[in-house]
Design a protein. Structure first.
Lengths: 240, 121
């Protein structure tokens, strides 16, 4: 047996500099996560277990971001199938997935159930990534002990459905507010909309929303903010 | 005891995965790249191959092509364990012997043992 030289299949993955960089980050992050998971199977004290859990959750958070970067880089080349989806189910899934992370930070994530169920038109994976991104953002800006809420609203006139992630933290100053609104429609910049944020996650979320003919936005509150995505309601909504 | 050829170019990850597979009752042969994998296959046919997709100097697809070129290797089940899982269509790779794709970014170490067992059934 012999191995042919060269890499005639490289184009299958359409690797751009951005995706290559993200992949380079994924490898060590995946390894860190695997090592932490392996370590957690051993005989650890509660303090050691807490630290290992934090390593696992932190590496998973970084992996989500790198996966978002690779996904965004492929938006132009790939077709993303949209379908009628129940946003409540997706919100429940996200709450289930991120609750360990929120609890590790002394916070909670909750979903407010609607009386009247509805459907929207979206790509399941992209919508999950947007909401996970918003939830992750909320985790780091909401006050300890508070509950971040996933909320669904329907706008019958415009035929849109809005899913928001409401956090409870320090009020945004006017300058931060203006900067944040700008970041929603522009590429990541070095100006910090919120402390320790490049706006990358928000930019990626806006790209994912646009790929589904939707948009993202933010509402300022006296005690925090709501980051939201708006998507077209499914015509099947009228059948419910 | 079933023999697993583990093709992984990250030495630390390879060691971790080998330990998990050995604890699961498998004999593990390590190969850091496709060329080494071919040498190991020539020496002793594995029952299963677990391979990363992007390897030093080439991709696992080159190895898959080579496996399909030989009657004694074309039916060896292959499991891809990769960070590129979300970019891979398993159905397109089935003709190359790929039976499972594991996402390294979300997998639990024990998933590897479960995947190997499932393709050996």
């Amino acid at each position: 047996m012999q191995v042919r030289g060269g890499n005639e299949h490289a184009d299958i993955f359409a690797i751009t500099p951005v995706t290559a960089a993200a992949h380079e980050l994924k490898s060590p992050l995946s390894l860190l996560r695997q090592l932490a998971l392996r370590l957690s199977t051993g005989d650890l004290t509660s303090e050691q277990q807490r630290l290992v859990d934090q390593m696992t959750l932190t590496s998973e958070r970084a992996l989500r971001l790198t996966t978002d970067v690779t996904k965004a880089a492929r938006l132009e080349d790939a077709l993303f199938e949209v379908e009628p989806l129940n946003p409540e189910q997706i919100c429940r899934d996200i709450v289930h997935e991120l609750t360990p992370l929120f609890e590790a930070h002394g916070r909670q994530l909750a979903f407010t159930k609607r009386i009247h169920p509805l459907l929207l038109v979206a790509n399941r994976d992209l919508l999950r990534r947007i909401l996970t991104n918003f939830s992750d953002n909320a985790l780091h800006y909401t006050e300890p002990g508070t509950v971040v809420h996933l909320q669904i609203q329907a706008f019958r006139k415009s035929g849109m459905v809005r899913i928001g992630v409401r956090d409870f933290g320090p009020a945004l100053s006017s300058d931060m507010w203006q900067s944040l609104r700008k970041k929603i429609s522009s590429a990541p910049q070095s100006v910090h909309a919120r402390p320790q944020s490049s706006g990358l996650g928000l930019y990626l979320a806006s790209q994912f929303a646009e790929a589904m003919n939707g948009k993202v936005g933010v509402t300022r509150h006296r005690d925090g903010a709501t980051f939201y995505v708006e998507l077209q309601a499914s015509q099947q909504l009228s059948l419910l | 005891m079933s023999r697993v050829l583990l093709v992984e170019d990250d030495a630390w990850l390879a060691t971790l995965q080998a330990e998990v597979l050995q604890a699961g009752g498998f004999e593990v042969v390590l190969a850091p790249h496709a060329t080494s994998a071919v040498v190991k296959i020539d020496e002793q046919l594995p029952d299963v191959i677990v391979a990363d997709m992007l390897l030093t100097g080439t991709t696992a697809l080159t190895l898959l092509h080579e496996l399909q070129s030989h009657s004694d290797t074309k039916n060896i089940p292959v499991i891809l364990c990769t960070n590129l899982a979300d970019a891979i269509n398993l159905d397109e790779l089935r003709p190359y012997g790929v039976r499972r794709v594991i996402d390294k970014t979300t997998m639990h170490p024990d998933d590897l043992v479960a995947a190997v067992r499932s393709v050996l059934e």
